[in-house]
Design a protein. Structure first.
Length: 400
């Protein structure tokens, strides 16, 4: 009689929030290590939405909500960008009635509904012993909720803003700043040809790391970040000075999407909110560009300076991962499996001061990670500051 190989358990993986390069390498690393350690791996589709929308009816077609992963499946996608499991900004504890699956319409009748009981039942239905969400602070905050409800959760931090607390590094950040530096340098040729200001809007809702780090690397003369309300006239004065001392007569500023100057608030594309209460940011670069053009004669002998305005947006989150976003996801995936083999949960894998580690998941919701303005941002010169690189982490200003 043939022996049936028994699995050690079932691991679920999902990716939530915005896509970044490095998600597929993380899925690949988790899956391959898990299978070789004797686990079955289930990929949940479209983030937390997959665990909200699947039906526990044994005859239901759930192929849009989850799939069993194999080495063959993940090896084909492990070197690519995006997430082949797809993603969403679903928050199971705050599901609008209009977004309820048809089979739950009669059960939940509030305008906004907490479907956590359904998620827990669906985890049990799939036989998932450990769930590994890969995401930013929004996605992982619901992982904290499931941990408190008794589910075995191991979180993997991902976000190009690099603002998940408890880790110096989040998947996607290196590719984001690498692309920002490269594209800023490419745009210099046009800015120099026309002797203009170059205003580039980059990601960064609450944290300015994606503007600060490229500026420190020499991609821009100045940067403005969400953590400090800047003076638009002061920015114009500095850029005009930078332009006048540049042989090619141009100057560059990186503008975080969440930045604002004195007398204004964050700029949003529209008023529509996602399930985490966030409106989509975008447009501060347009406003800064217009204001710089308007006030430039005061700092250029009465002559107006024209502006090139570019929003990088999805260009920094699409495509293949760079070297760091290929290596770190592999390490994070293996760290997650180490925890499972040690029968530990309620942890988030992380990088702290150059070393891989893990921390309690509730750090995600217990604090905010933003730029330490006093230590790393010169509010008078609107650019990074630092005293020494000695004993600093790889990305200098991103340590807790």
């Amino acid at each position: 009689m043939a022996q049936i190989k028994k699995t050690k358990g079932v691991i679920g993986i999902l990716t939530g929030g915005g896509d970044v390069p490095g998600l597929n390498p993380a899925i690949r690393a988790i899956t391959i290590r898990a299978i070789r350690e004797g686990y079955k791996v289930i990929g949940i589709k479209r983030g937390w939405a997959g665990l909200v929308e699947l039906s526990r009816d044994k005859d239901a077609d759930n192929h849009d909500h989850y799939e069993t992963l194999t080495e063959l499946t993940v090896n084909r996608i492990g070197r690519t960008g995006g997430t082949f499991l797809h993603t969403s900004r679903t928050r199971p504890s705050h599901i609008p009635r209009i977004n309820l699956p048809d089979f739950l319409q009669d059960k939940y009748r509030e305008d906004v509904n907490d479907l956590t009981p359904e998620v827990l039942k669906n985890l049990d239905f799939l036989g998932i012993d450990y769930i590994i969400p890969v995401g930013g602070d929004d996605t992982l905050s619901y992982g904290v909720r499931l941990h408190k409800e008794g589910a075995r959760v191991i979180c993997v931090p991902k976000t190009m803003d690099n603002d998940v607390p408890g880790t110096d590094y989040c998947i996607g950040f290196s590719t984001c700043i690498t692309r920002t530096i490269s594209m800023t340098h490419a745009l210099r040729t046009t800015a120099g040809s026309h002797e203009r200001f170059l205003v580039i809007e980059v990601f960064g809702r609450y944290a300015g790391f994606t503007a600060l780090m490229p500026t420190m690397a020499g991609a821009a003369n100045r940067c403005v970040i969400p953590e400090h309300k800047f003076d638009i006239d002061r920015l114009c004065e500095l850029l005009a000075r930078d332009r006048s001392t540049n042989p090619s007569h141009y100057a560059v500023v990186l503008v975080s999407e969440g930045a604002s100057y004195e007398g204004m608030e964050m700029v949003f594309e529209n008023k529509e909110k996602d399930m985490f209460g966030h409106m989509k940011l975008g447009g501060i670069g347009d406003i800064v560009s217009n204001q710089l053009k308007e006030c430039s004669p005061r700092y250029n002998n009465g002559r107006q300076i024209n502006v090139i305005n570019q929003r990088l947006s999805y260009l920094v989150r699409c495509g293949d991962p760079d070297a760091i976003d290929s290596i770190v996801p592999m390490a994070f995936g293996n760290l997650a499996l180490d925890l499972i083999l040690e029968k530990r949960s309620g942890r988030m894998v992380c990088l702290r001061k150059g070393q891989y580690d893990d921390v309690p998941v509730d750090i995600v919701t217990s604090t905010k990670k933003v730029v330490d303005v006093d230590k790393y941002y010169n509010t008078e010169r609107l650019r990074p500051k630092y005293k020494s690189f000695n004993q600093k982490p790889l990305f200098i200003m991103t340590s807790d």
